[in-house]
Design a binder for this molecule. Sequence first.
Ligand code: ASP
Length: 288
Amino acid sequence: MRPVIVVHGGAGDILDELVKGHLTGVRVAADLGYRILTQGGSAEDAVEAAIRSMEDDETFDAGRGSFLNQDGDVELDASFMEGAQLQAGAVAGVRDIANPISLARLVMDSPLVFLVGEGASRFAESHGMSRCTPARLLVPRELAYWELKRKARLGDTVGAVALDCTGHLAAGTSTGGRPMKVPGRVGDVPCIGAGLYADDTLGATSSTGAGEEIMRVVMAKYAVDRLEGGRHPQQAADDTIRYLQTKVNGSGGLILLDRQGRFGVSMNTRRMSRAWRSDALSGEAIEP
Ligand code: ASP
């Protein structure tokens, strides 16, 4: 099987001054993940490495650089899924873990599926992952934004989907959520079937956008189900965004990869950064 990776850096009204950082960030993440796949690494390893690099890149609303909630705190959500056994793991409301995507993968590899808050951090510690200080996740840009208390914007969640040489699929999504969110608010990202889905018999997807609406249409599972009968992922992705818009007036985007390595990207927002790598195609874009 020829490996493929597609990553996104979020859909929304991405500020002009962040466009360059977005394009660099998704390119670096896709390159990292693709190198792992071409060396025979698993779809899980590629997805984790790609998302970790975007969590560490403060351009994105994931890991360091995340939006702050109304109290001025960072609360992170992330999820991981693999398509062979439909194993999934998710964490929400995490405040002291630098790479929540790795914690979501740890949860996936345990009998559990979903852990929140302090319990998730304790689980991380008990598996040898260290906590970071909340200050490690906070950047001056987001502090200034929080102080201005401007209206909510969407835009910098990260995600990745990969197909490895064995034909196995995996997906991951990681976010700081919405700016100025109510403390304790959890969006679509850690909800399996909304923020992501992976099934080796069909495809894998990662969502971004307005979490409340994405959850109500269970967007990721909806998108993967649209691949039934061999529908092209671009058509399935477009159908999904149309459904999000018409059904609940939602805004967002998704990346969708099928078991043959074909992929689609769709959004109804002003921008969505993404990058893709395969032996035939490679590139990055931010405009629809
Ligand atoms: N979907 C994320 C959430 O609602 C935000 C985003 O993708 O921009 O938490």
